[in-house]
Design a protein around this ligand. Structure first.
Ligand code: ITT
Length: 204
């Protein structure tokens, strides 16, 4: 049995950390994963996530923080894409209603923008890009997505972010109504993380 692989997450989002902890614990690799928040993350110089794509922001974030701290550093840039809104909130998902806005304010803005939308216009997907880097070198960049629809009102109390308005038709539930296991099985983040682990087993 090989030694556990330690991964440091560079993120200020507690929802992401909780999901990655569960994903790491449930991973079915030949090696164990130990996942921790990057030590001292809150006091490191912040990375400016202003690139137009999720992949570029994830790569930039992982490279930036891996130059400041040792070990295998990974970062996730993720968000909600609504094609009928020209791709919004997209890479601006975290700041959609302003830099200090709450999750409920972001959801309210989205629901306002979508008022009167037809069924087809409610199509949406979550994207997750994950990049893994060490000492300023990229080891892997993976992305994945999950498709659903935006509801007219929020439902459920699990998950985080836009989960209460993201409806997954196959289960007839929003992402905030799923158990943590169900979300991790289906989500953009769960799928991207499993791709990352598969890529890692070839690199480490
Ligand atoms: P870090 O950059 O520090 O990791 P952040 O919240 O700023 O944290 P992002 O820039 O990647 O992260 O923005 C992601 C936003 O997209 C997040 O704040 C949510 O609003 C939304 N989002 C991403 N994944 C989500 C999910 O699984 N469920 C609901 N909303 C999600």
């Amino acid at each position: 049995m090989r030694a556990p692989v330690k991964l440091f997450l560079a993120s200020s989002n507690p929802g992401k950390l909780a999901e990655y902890r569960e994903l790491a614990a449930a991973s079915a690799q030949s090696f164990a994963i130990e996942l921790e928040l990057l030590p001292g993350f809150g006091s490191l110089p912040e990375f400016d996530e202003s690139a137009p794509t999720f992949a570029e922001n994830a790569a930039g974030k992982a490279l930036h923080y891996s130059r400041l701290k040792g070990g295998l550093v990974f970062a996730d840039d993720s968000g909600l894409v609504v094609p009928a809104l020209g791709g919004a909130p997209g890479v601006h998902s975290a700041r959609y209603a302003g830099p200090q806005a709450t999750n409920s304010q972001r959801i309210e803005k989205l629901l306002r923008e979508m008022r009167g939308s037809t069924c087809n216009e409610r199509a949406a997907y979550f994207v997750c890009a994950i990049a893994l880097a060490k000492q300023g070198h990229a080891f892997a960049i993976v992305t994945d997505r999950v498709d659903g629809e935006i509801l007219g009102a929020a439902r459920g109390s699990g998950g985080f972010g836009y989960d209460p308005v993201f409806y997954f038709p196959a289960l007839q539930k929003t992402f905030a109504e799923l158990t943590a296991e169900e979300k991790n099985q289906l989500s953009h983040r769960g799928k991207a993380f499993r791709k990352l682990l598969a890529a890692l087993s070839g690199v480490l």
